[in-house]
Design a protein around this ligand. Structure first.
Ligand code: AMP
Ligand code: ZN
Length: 469
């Protein structure tokens, strides 16, 4: 097992990573709140977490990674006030909350696919786990860590010896009212207490509600991640990740309630990605025309250029987005792909020489996920005294982590895959149309494919297709 050193927000230092169970990593990622498109800032976090996961795999670990989908409970202020984000999305688009969730969940994974971000092993929407939330909240009430007030259930942070385990928050900074968007909640015993279950909220029109021992209501945001993590990864978590804004209150509250519930330490390593900002400051989905992957595509940038842009910087440094820097990444990316694509395939692998670079690459990633250093190793390989086949093999291997599609055939395969998926979907739709005797639609589909240079034939074995030359 290769050594990986990581900055741990819990200990506030870089430490060697040691998993609870030899050879296995249990990893949890806070997923998106699916009320709008993800902006490229959100996706910076997911790209760097993807590199982290793939680094573990490269080092030989068997990884189980779980991610939630927040489709209920996240209010516009992380401190339990403001409007429900999902409801905001539904109102904005005159749709139901579940329609909004389905649409933006798909949009999120489409972006991830384009950025070569692997889908976690388990993806769990919060609305699937209401029973688990209720069970956890009930135990917190039974053991005195939670109380009911004004119809809601709150976590009592006053019951903990230490609450600020992740950040050195100053109490005054957290004073209710000090932050514009935080309103006083007279029900709270301590200002840092947070809602586990809302019953009497100010939103009479909350669309999604469930029965609970405390009345009809819905869960708070923080409880989601604790319960979903424990459901799929058990009582001990190796590593938890998210963007830096999640340190407080979200992750602080996750630790408080998980450890109160379990009665022991929960998660050993906390990995946080610093923000991507634009020239005006923090990126925000409320800023009208915010930056998304489809917008970059419209402007002529391949999503992988954005991945390259992210990999050129360290995840623990804030990154400012601007098109000049993205243009530089584009030039660098295109040059890199061109060079790797021209490497000959034939030749015997020079294993001994290759080992030196494999070592360097693992060292770069093991050095707190130093992706720019890892990219330097790729350039070193290209310059090395080694035959083309060895260079190509090394770069393909490194691409299992960097996922930049650095070899041309990977790009071609991707195009082939999406073409095949598209044609097969059209064939399926045509079959459905014919079943419904909608022959006009069936003919229109055949015509549309033909226009795109794709011919379909109905045979005894089913419909086949080919690209016209
Ligand atoms: P959300 O969908 O708002 O819950 O956020 C999804 C993820 O993106 C979380 O891990 C956030 O911490 C992270 N995030 C939010 N804003 C940024 C940003 N500007 N740069 C990087 N990550 C961010
Ligand atoms: Zn979370």
């Amino acid at each position: 097992m290769k050594e990986i050193n990581l900055y741990n927000t819990l200990s506030k230092k870089v430490e060697p990573f040691v998993s609870n169970e030899a050879g296995k990593v249990k990893m949890y990622t806070c997923g998106p709140t699916v009320y709008h498109f993800a902006h490229i800032g959100n996706l910076r976090s997911y790209i760097m977490e993807d590199v982290l996961e793939k680094t573990f795999r490269y080092a030989g670990y068997n990884v189980k990674r779980v991610m939630n989908i927040t489709d209920v409970g996240h209010l516009s202020s992380d401190a339990d006030s403001g409007e429900d984000k999902m409801l905001m999305g539904a109102k904005r688009e005159h749709k139901t909350v579940m329609e909004i969730a389905a649409f933006y969940r798909k949009a999120f994974f489409d972006d991830c696919d384009k950025l070569n971000i692997k889908t976690p092993d388990v993806v769990e929407p919060a609305t699937n786990c209401i029973d688990e939330f209720i069970e956890m909240i009930q135990k917190l009430l039974d053991t005195g860590y939670a109380y009911t007030a004004g119809g809601n259930v709150y976590f009592d942070t006053g019951k903990l010896k230490t609450y600020y385990v992740l950040s050195n928050q100053k109490e005054e900074e957290l004073m209710v009212g000090a932050r514009e968007d935080v309103e006083e909640d007279a029900n709270k015993k301590n200002k840092t207490d947070f809602v586990l279950w809302f019953t009497k909220s100010k939103f009479d029109d909350q669309e999604l509600k469930w029965e609970s021992p405390w009345g009809i209501g819905y869960p708070g945001w923080h409880i989601e991640c604790s319960a979903i993590s424990i459901k799929h990864l058990g009582e001990q978590l190796d590593i938890h990740c998210g963007g830096i804004d999640n340190v407080f209150p979200h992750h602080t509250n996750e630790i408080a309630q998980s450890e109160a519930y379990l009665g022991h330490k929960w998660c050993n390593y906390w990995f946080h990605v610093l923000h991507l900002n634009d020239s005006t400051g923090k990126m925000s989905k409320s800023k009208g025309d915010f930056l998304t992957v489809p917008l970059l595509e419209q402007k002529g940038y391949s999503p992988l250029v954005y991945r390259m842009f992210c990999l050129q910087s360290h995840y623990r440094k804030p990154l400012v987005f601007n098109y000049d820097v993205l243009d530089n990444a584009k030039v660098a990316y295109e040059k890199l792909v061109k060079k790797t694509a021209s490497l000959a395939r034939e030749g015997e692998l020079e294993q001994e020489k290759m080992a030196v670079y494999q070592e360097e690459f693992a060292k770069a990633l093991g050095n707190d996920i130093n992706t720019s250093q890892a990219l330097t190793v790729v350039y070193d390989v290209l310059k090395a005294q080694m035959n083309d086949a060895s260079k190509r093999a090394l770069i393909e291997e490194f691409d299992s982590v960097l996922s930049l599609d650095m070899t041309k055939e990977a790009l071609e395969n991707k195009a082939d895959e999406s073409l095949a998926a598209y044609v097969e979907d059209m064939i399926e739709q045509r079959k459905e149309a014919r079943k419904n005797k909608d022959f006009a639609r069936a003919d229109a589909i055949r015509e549309e494919l033909l226009q795109k240079g794709i011919e379909i034939k109905d045979t005894r074995e089913g419909t086949t297709w080919s690209v016209l030359s």
